[in-house]
Design a protein around this ligand. Structure first.
Ligand code: CUK
Ligand code: CUA
Length: 640
């Protein structure tokens, strides 16, 4: 067994080198873009794209918005990281969004966006995304493309099997990556086995407001967990996710953590979990977690604190969790649009394993188990197997579906996307990707209704695809046309951070609802000034509140006196414009943590603590009119 693994891993290195170097040589293998490909991605100036694609920003912590088929970048939505471009995490209104039980954290690692669904179909209301490092889930409102809410996930470490919505967005589900001591305590790392656990969290989503609420957790054994997929249609009510390191090794050298011939896909019956919660079969664990909510009306965020969580122990809840043996450290876990097939991608396996939901239910009904792990029944591999895709490629990672009975899987090592048929398991097509794809995305490709026209492959290695920009080059995405029998490469486009996963949606499900303006008369910000006559400077001890308005092209007031060294000055800036797309910014010399960018009709606040006497300038940061450069002012600072 050891030898096989060594050989496999050796081959990974060889295959990777091979695919990177070899492909770079010939222009044919670079995609051989024909003029028809160019026509297919060409969106005439002034015309709009057909799809939105939301690509996770990976270690940038953000979510990027692209158009398909053009591959044009429209926006980077700040989510887990500060962003000076939008003043997110800099102005007083959004700073609380970054609060956690560890304090304010200005950075995150965002992997998996997922768009809300109604009856298993994308509804375009919200998009959720996970933060791995300091476990959190965010909800972004697609009517304004702003982060509305961030909830911290306790008892989790490496919040990676997240964030995935159920058929009616009842829950967004979040699984831990690492096993950890729960509750945290001082214990020898060598005592991992049996002592560490991993929480699977169910976050209830209010169907009107979208507001999240940590409903309950299931304390799973301390394996490591990876990608996940809620059941769809017939399997709605279940949740599936992969485990690796079922050996529970505390050091993941392959000799330790890749010993077992099979790891598991965990099948979790969340409707059953709801029943157990209802009858009180849970323990209440004290814990502390931040819940940050942004209020659109007052344009401000507040943090509230969770103090406990309900936890279920699968060993005490029969029928809650089952394990489906799945070969060789499965990474991806994807459920097809009918809900019948559960695809497990064993990273080190020679074939793709597909489980059958129907067969799984039969095996459960007949109580045919191969054994158990921590009180969780393990089903027989043969009993749940629907089929295997033989020799599909090397290093399978993730699968999406086109809604026409086809599946598409990325292969990291052999660097390709492979199209295969559900049910017959035959391979229909394969196309090289440049290079080493991780996830792929078909708009709606993880829902009951995929829009199977385009596929985006998100590649881990870029190498020679763009002009060199030093040792660091951007990540690469590639667009394929999948409307025909064969996939056709249309376009390369650069991305931000490391896009892990993405979510795509037809533009007409989002664009018509997009908010263009905030009405000034509806501005409920406590420090708003909606009238030039109401601007003022109010002293409250050492705190000074400056109510300031902006309109093309001046600040009012623009000459401010009466400020003293040692004061804490709050600039409350209201943008009185009522035209679409006329923001004003404001920054103050030496304001080291703050700036604002205020949309028409809104108010934002930043803080300045003057350290020296003098007359200090401020100006508008956003080029707003022909007289933008005149949009400036002075603050006089006198001795204490
Ligand atoms: S993981 Cu990155 S390639 Cu975070 Cu979805 Cu598989
Ligand atoms: Cu206002 Cu530039």
């Amino acid at each position: 067994m050891k030898n096989t693994i060594k050989i496999t891993l050796g081959f990974i290195a060889i295959a990777l080198t091979f695919s990177s170097c070899n492909n770079s040589k010939s222009s044919e293998s670079k995609g051989g873009l024909s003029s028809s490909a160019a026509e297919q991605v060409y969106v005439k100036p002034g015309d709009h794209d057909e799809f939105y694609a939301f690509l996770s920003g990976g270690f940038s912590g953000q979510l990027s918005v692209y158009g398909l088929p053009s591959g044009r970048l429209f926006k980077v939505i700040p989510v887990f990281s500060q962003d000076p471009e939008k003043a997110y995490g800099y102005n007083e209104e959004t700073k609380p969004m970054l609060m956690t039980s560890y304090g304010e954290i200005p950075w995150g690692d965002a992997h998996h966006p997922d768009i809300s669904q109604t009856n298993g179909v994308l509804d375009g209301r919200w998009i959720f995304i996970n933060e791995n490092n300091t476990p959190r889930i965010a909800r972004i409102d697609l009517s304004n493309f702003e982060t509305s809410e961030i909830i911290e996930i306790p008892n989790s470490a490496g919040n990676h099997s997240s964030s995935y919505v159920t058929d009616n967005t009842e829950y967004v589900i979040a699984g831990t990556r690492f096993g950890i001591p729960i509750p945290q305590r001082d214990i020898s790392i060598k005592d991992y086995k049996g002592n560490f656990k991993g929480a699977l969290s169910f976050i209830k989503v209010d169907k009107d407001s979208g507001q999240m609420d940590l409903s309950f957790q299931i304390l799973m054994p301390g394996f490591d967990y990876d990608k996940a997929h809620p059941g769809r249609g017939k399997s709605d009510g279940w949740f599936f996710y992969t485990t690796y390191n079922t050996e529970e090794a505390n050091s993941l050298l392959e000799v330790n953590a890749s010993q077992n011939d099979k790891d598991f896909i965990a099948a979790v019956n969340w409707k059953k979990a709801e029943e157990y919660i209802k009858v009180g079969k849970f323990k209440t664990m004290p814990t502390k977690y931040a819940h940050n909510i942004y209020n659109d009306e007052t344009h401000s965020a507040t943090t509230t604190w969770g103090t406990s969580v309900k936890v279920l122990d699968p060993a005490e809840c029969p029928g809650l969790v089952y394990f489906l043996p799945t070969p060789k450290s499965p990474h991806g876990c994807d459920v097809d649009p009918t809900g019948e097939y559960i695809v497990g991608s064993g990273k080190l396996a020679a074939s793709l394993t597909v489980h059958s939901f129907t067969k799984m239910l039969d095996a459960i009904k007949n109580k045919k188990f191969a054994g158990e792990a921590y009180g969780i029944p393990i089903l027989n591999f043969e009993d749940v197997l629907a089929g295997t895709v033989e020799q599909p490629g090397l290093g399978p990672l993730h699968t999406e579906f086109d809604g026409k009975g086809n599946a598409y899987t990325t292969f990291f090592i052999s660097s390709e996307v492979v199209k295969w048929k559900l049910g017959t398991w035959e391979i229909l097509d394969r196309q090289p990707a440049f290079y080493s794809p991780g996830h792929l995305m078909i708009p709606g490709g993880n829902s009951q209704k995929p829009f199977g026209k385009y596929l985006v492959s998100m590649n881990k290695i870029t190498k020679d695809r763009y002009l060199p920009t030093g040792p660091e080059v951007c990540q690469s995405a590639q667009l394929f046309d999948i409307s025909g029998d064969k996939m056709k490469l249309l376009l390369d486009f650069p991305t931000i951070g490391e896009p892990h996963y993405a979510a795509g949606i037809p533009a007409d499900l989002v664009a018509p609802k997009s908010r263009k303006i905030f009405k000034l008369e509806e501005n409920k910000h406590p420090y708003a000034t909606t009238n030039d006559a109401d601007t003022k400077v109010v002293r409250d001890g050492k705190n000074v509140h400056v109510y300031i308005t902006t309109i093309r092209s001046h600040f009012n007031p623009d000459n401010i006196e009466g400020i003293k060294v040692g004061d804490k000055v709050f600039f409350h800036v209201t943008n009185m414009e009522q035209d679409y797309d006329v923001p004003h910014g404001m920054s103050m010399i030496g304001a080291n943590t703050s700036e604002v960018l205020v949309m028409p009709g809104q108010t934002e606040t930043f803080v300045w603590e003057p350290k020296q006497v003098g007359v200090w300038p401020f100006y508008c940061t956003d080029f707003c009119s022909a007289l933008h450069q005149e949009m400036q002012g002075y603050v006089r600072v006198s001795p204490e």
